[in-house]
Design a protein around this ligand. Structure first.
Ligand SMILES: Nc1ncnc2c1ncn2[C@@H]1O[C@H](COP(=O)(O)OP(=O)(O)O)[C@@H](O)[C@H]1O
Ligand SMILES: [Mg+2]
Length: 248
């Protein structure tokens, strides 16, 4: 058996929530009396592995902890406890436009992110044409990213993520804002990434996309992995549960 691309053991992430006991003005002035800290376990003792070449879907209703889990793997968050082992570079596609600087042009952002994701400037230059071509954003590459639509942000972000030499791809809901044609292209690219030994964690509310892309599915509930198994088995149970938000 090859070494896992992602190994997560007993991972916990807690957020501090600060409540003030009063909502009145007087109450707020007495905040120091009533302020108490609560901790929310967004990820609660999660363990799993992803092998090279495997695409694992992550489903669960809103607030289940999916984005927090991906944020931990992308090192956006520091775990409260537990272990994360990653073999290779991670290309995260998390919040839309995350990692893009709004005042820089598309091209400048490609350089910026390409270098952050481990390429040299020369390598970015060599791949620039392919990255721009895949993203289909045309002349907008010279415009500040601030002026991009959500679809354009997604296309450029996805294109950069799949053109760096990452071995782990994290996709959080991102594809939902793309049009159907681009989604198909992304799924094809994900399959290619997998065929080259890449590992993917794919969060989506789109059951068709998960069915097509994932070999295995983690169903998260209240911060825990409630089920981890073959795609069809987990998705049919998940759909029967009615936890998936309706698609528009
Ligand atoms: N930065 C944060 N600070 C405090 N609470 C957060 C933060 N991020 C997420 N949470 C909370 O953690 C829980 C899990 O959220 P999230 O990981 O975004 O779930 P999902 O992506 O499955 O919808 C939710 O209750 C959410 O409100
Ligand atoms: Mg989320």
């Amino acid at each position: 058996m090859s070494q896992p691309a992602i190994a997560v053991r007993n991972l916990v992430k807690e957020f501090d929530l600060t409540h003030s006991g009063y909502s009145s003005l007087k109450g707020n002035l007495l905040w120091w009396r009533k302020k108490r800290k609560e901790r929310l376990r967004a990820v609660d003792d999660v363990s799993f592995e992803v092998r090279p070449g495997e695409c694992v879907g992550v489903v669960g209703k809103n607030g289940a902890g999916k984005s927090t889990l991906l944020g931990l793997l992308a090192r956006v968050y520091k775990p409260t406890s537990g272990e994360i082992h990653l073999s290779g570079t991670v290309a995260p596609l998390l919040e839309l436009g995350a990692g893009f600087h709004p005042d820089l042009t598309g091209i400048e952002n490609v350089y910026f992110n390409g270098v952050i994701l481990g390429l040299t400037r020369k390598q970015v230059t060599e791949r620039l044409e392919k990255i721009i071509e895949f993203s289909e954003i045309g002349d907008y590459v010279d415009a500040p990213v601030r002026s991009y639509s959500s679809g354009m942000l997604l296309r450029l972000g996805f294109s950069v993520a799949v053109h760096v030499d990452a071995s782990i791809l994290l996709v959080d809901e991102a594809l939902a804002v793309g049009d159907i044609e681009f989604q198909k292209k992304c799924l094809a690219r994900i399959a290619e990434f997998q065929a080259n030994g890449g590992a993917i964690l794919f969060v989506s509310h789109d059951m068709d996309a998960v069915r097509r892309a994932a070999d295995r599915v983690l169903w998260m509930r209240a911060g825990k992995v409630y089920q981890d198994g073959p795609t069809e088995e987990v998705l049919s149970a998940y759909e029967r549960s009615g936890e998936n938000p309706p698609q528009d």
